[in-house]
Design a binder for this molecule. Structure first.
Ligand SMILES: *Cc1c(COP(=O)(O)O)cnc(C)c1O
Length: 421
């Protein structure tokens, strides 16, 4: 459920009419709903109730510091995968002891940054990283809590580009080698082994892969404890999917996911961390765009909108579906026509939807892409020298621009002409 509903035929973001925002900031733009972010965070929190837990929002899914602050004020921690994301979490006011540092290729500079600024734990992904972290921590005279990310070799049954838990993926260490790796970790100065980390992929629409992975983590917990490690925290990753297509069967609910956690690892007495991104932010955002032209092709009509693949890459990159709706609701019974919805970028891949059934729309009409709050703005680029689009946050009847559209001067002045030219 989200808070983007029609009222008197006009799409609203909470209590704000979407056309009002469009007039104030121009199109295209992203708009996020505080009430939806809050609701999704609380649903997870309730799903884990009764277990000692921390929900660490996956910053990579939506890293605007106003979004991070909204979640942090509800008690969220943050899962970051780069020094930049770490600094964003800090800028949003998140204390270091609520920031988890994940990622397959952390540099020594990034380690130093987090060890100096405070960090809850590092999720270590390889033996070389373990050695580097031990050295950096020792240089700084600190001891850093770590988990090791294990790769449980389960099939997440999701899009190949976002499956991370099979042995052929680059992530984590093979679970079969875990006991050896943990023994090495425990022997290194500067590290304190406190738990296990796993993250098998994104947009999972079936609970079975989670159950398999968490069952393996539970077995490993018992083995590692027998080996003398004080395993007291389990980071179970993110990955729960969302309904991108409202007409489809809905993915499992956080409550059901929480039940899987309870059943597989609940008896171990560990503190539980999860790292949801998409489920918290995905349906809390719209991308709003306006129609530039209606173009009639040969046997095919195109709706050319002012958003493009550089603003929202998911359809081009993952063949992702986004529900696309007119901001002014069509009259009941209005005729539907198949159109291809495309952006202005010079790439055939700049196609958001093919043969989508829509009512007639004309130049200047506003259109909203649903489920655009995660992996939208964060993956944007300035391809075709298109400025990054504004982000807006709504809260009840208020809205604020939380990232401005840069000017062309700002963009062009970042380039420098060498002396010899
Ligand atoms: C991407 C990622 C997440 C978040 O995944 P979602 O599908 O957005 O929930 C969590 N943890 C790690 C380590 C990730 O790489």
């Amino acid at each position: 459920m989200d808070h983007f509903l029609y009222r008197n035929g006009v799409l609203h973001a909470e209590d704000v009419p979407v056309p009002e925002i469009a007039t104030a900031v121009g199109t295209p733009f992203y708009v996020y709903s505080t009430a939806t972010l809050t609701r999704h965070f609380r649903v997870f929190d309730e799903a884990l109730s009764g277990m000692d837990h921390l929900i660490c929002f996956a910053v990579k899914s939506n890293s605007n510091i106003a979004v991070l602050k909204t979640l942090a004020e509800l008690g969220a921690g943050m899962d970051v995968v780069s020094g930049g994301e770490y600094l964003r979490a800090k800028a949003a006011g998140v204390p270091g002891d609520r920031i988890v540092f994940s990622g397959v290729g952390k540099t020594r500079d990034e380690m130093r940054l987090a060890l100096t600024g405070g960090v809850r734990q590092f999720n270590v992904e390889s033996e070389p990283e373990m050695h580097a972290l031990s050295e950096v921590a020792s240089e700084l005279g600190v001891v850093v809590p770590i988990t090791v990310r294990v790769n449980p070799d389960v099939d997440a049954k999701t899009h190949a580009k976002i499956a991370t838990g099979k042995s052929e993926n680059k992530f984590g260490i093979p679970i079969s080698k875990a006991r050896t790796v943990y023994a090495h970790a425990a022997a290194l100065p500067g590290l304190e082994v406190i738990g296990i980390d796993v993250h098998i992929g994104s947009q999972l629409t079936d609970l079975e892969p989670f159950r398999q992975a968490y069952t393996k983590v539970a077995e490993l917990t018992v083995q590692l404890r027998a080996d003398g490690h004080d395993i007291r925290r389990l980071d179970l990753g993110g990955g729960l999917g969302i309904p991108y297509e409202r007409s489809n069967v809905a993915p499992p609910l956080p409550l059901e996911y929480g039940q899987v956690i309870r059943e597989t690892v609940g008896h171990l007495g560990c503190e539980i961390e999860i790292e949801p991104g998409r489920l918290v932010a995905g349906n809390a955002g719209l991308l709003v765009t306006s129609v530039i032209y209606n173009k009639q092709g040969e046997g095919r009509d195109f709706l050319i909108v002012d958003a493009a693949m550089n603003d929202l890459i998911r359809p081009a990159m993952y063949d992702a579906h986004h529900d696309i709706v007119p901001v002014i609701e069509a009259e009941a019974g209005a005729d539907l026509h198949p159109v291809d919805i495309v952006g202005p970028v010079c790439e055939t891949g700049d196609t958001f939807a093919r043969q989508r059934q829509l009512t007639a729309l004309g130049e200047g009409d506003l259109v909203a892409f649903r489920s655009a709050g995660a992996y939208g703005a964060v993956m944007a680029s300035e391809y075709n020298t298109r400025p990054l689009i504004p982000e807006v946050l709504v809260n009840g009847d208020q809205f604020a621009v939380i990232r401005e559209r840069p000017s062309f001067d700002e963009i062009i002045n970042r380039d420098k002409i060498p002396e010899w030219l």
